[in-house]
Design a protein around this ligand. Sequence first.
Ligand SMILES: Cc1cc2nc3c(=O)[nH]c(=O)nc-3n(C[C@H](O)[C@H](O)[C@H](O)COP(=O)(O)OP(=O)(O)OC[C@H]3O[C@@H](n4cnc5c(N)ncnc54)[C@H](O)[C@@H]3O)c2cc1C
Length: 554
Amino acid sequence: MPKPILMTVDDDPEVLRAVERDLRRQYGNRYRVMAADSGASAMEAVRQLKLRNDSISLFLVDQRMPMMSGVEFLEQAIVLYPDAKRALLTAYADTDAAIRAINSVQIDHYLMKPWDPPEERLYNVVDDLLDDWQANFSPPFEGVRVVAHRWSPAGMEIRDFLGRNFIPYQWLDVETSDIAKQLLTTSKTDITCLPLVVFADGSFIPKPNVNTVAAKLNLKTKADLPFYDLIVIGAGPAGLAASVYGAADGLRTLLIEREAPGGQAGRSSRIENYLGFPTGLSGGDLARRAVAQARRFGVEILTPQEVAGLRSDGPSRVVKLADGAEIAGRAVLVASGISYRTLDIPGAEKLLGAGVYYYAPMSDAISYRDGDVYIIGGANSAGQAAMYFSKFARKVTMVVRGAALSMTMSQYLEDQITATKNIEVLVNTNVINVCGEGHCESITLRNSKTGEERSAPATALLIYAGALPRTEWLAGVVERDQSGYVISGQHLSSGESRRPKGWSASRDPYYLETSVPGIFVAGDVRHRSAKGVTSGVGEGAMAVKLVHEYLATL
Ligand SMILES: Cc1cc2nc3c(=O)[nH]c(=O)nc-3n(C[C@H](O)[C@H](O)[C@H](O)COP(=O)(O)OP(=O)(O)OC[C@H]3O[C@@H](n4cnc5c(N)ncnc54)[C@H](O)[C@@H]3O)c2cc1C
């Protein structure tokens, strides 16, 4: 943690040097001593320190300064640092002003110049003030701060991105947080610049997108090498597993992820069916551990970076990135998973990110405290969400199209839902409308059996309506089924032959190999895969074994 600051301000260079020297000698090992030669320059420094979230423990300020007196400086500085101790340096003639300042800016002490010897006339006072300050001091948050409106979709996107990339951040609601308001003042911005992202070094970006934030945080989006043994596309469970096992086996492995490691699993509040975790674990934890393991084995991870194309060039498989860069590999694994399916509910689109979410980020749960949350969907992902958000919301209502949850949900989860008092399940029901000014306020429900319609207040509408592969970028590259899933192994057959059209190798495709030798597929994106975390991890591991077999044929 950076040292707290002792700030001294004086327009007389000799006096300033002397105070600074005395403070540094006595307190330099525990505090950073900063000196400013005018109220204006000190104020500028205070603003910068506030942006960096540094702590100021004490202002020791000369009263008589030409442009801005000590008291005038303190009046402004304590708005940003109300807990800092305040001491005025005064000449005998300024005693009255100092006494008045006890009331106007609640100064804690005034010191007469000269303060020699400091052991007697300075340190006793400062020790006392610092002891008091320390007693009430709580260390400031160190990390990225996001200032946004509670219902801002852009703010939500940044928070989700930071959370899923394991970057510690603090969200400050501009309507309720004093710190948020101070950050707008110190950065000389206003609410038209929201969301405002303030970094630990005090720099800030108004209205950023995830790419500008990623660049500022030095997230890696460019590959170190032009050529790899294995390029893995997608860092969900399948891609993470393949990367870990590939790199552990000595393959130079590059993992490319469009959003954040973890994939769909990263949105899971509690995965209870993953082997070896009897009490379950959150998808975020699983992803964090897998990323650490991948890094340990030397996997190079690019995120956020999107793969936009793939082609063969002789024995190389060339991946084209969304930024136009190309990287070649001896083998490629497509583990790009599936993306959520959207529903066409009138009113929902304009409130997307403002109370209406597809696969809502868990980091947002606190926003629904004591609210009424509606969840569309009856599968396990919707059930997990209901369990998780029920810890925060006043009530969670699951809206299920079918006649019963058991048609689509694991029994253990259905039992948990039934036993949770603040979860209600509405079967045979659809949401047919969403309303709200700036954020979701109410929804209309329709019972498909009786035709009855009713409106209900809703803090949030969370949609878990299934998912589809987004593999348009593979069109014409590898064979896909009608829904876009990538076909592999024995499912690739043309007529009587077990080999796909254009197949160039003198062997049949391996189980997880696509219609192009050397391009493999694993996880949810694969045609007829089992879907799920365990099978994704299993297929990722198996793909590496098959990559080795393929490489041995080259
Ligand atoms: C809320 C929720 C809860 C769930 N709970 C469970 C559970 O309890 N148990 C269970 O077994 N399963 C669960 N699942 C399902 C499970 O998470 C998935 O089956 C699993 O994540 C699939 O892994 P995957 O690696 O194949 O794909 P995904 O997890 O979908 O990961 C694919 C990754 O590829 C990236 N990507 C896509 N296209 C590109 C591109 N062009 N360039 C770069 N990157 C790209 C995506 O951003 C994504 O990160 C849950 C799913 C959800 C949404």
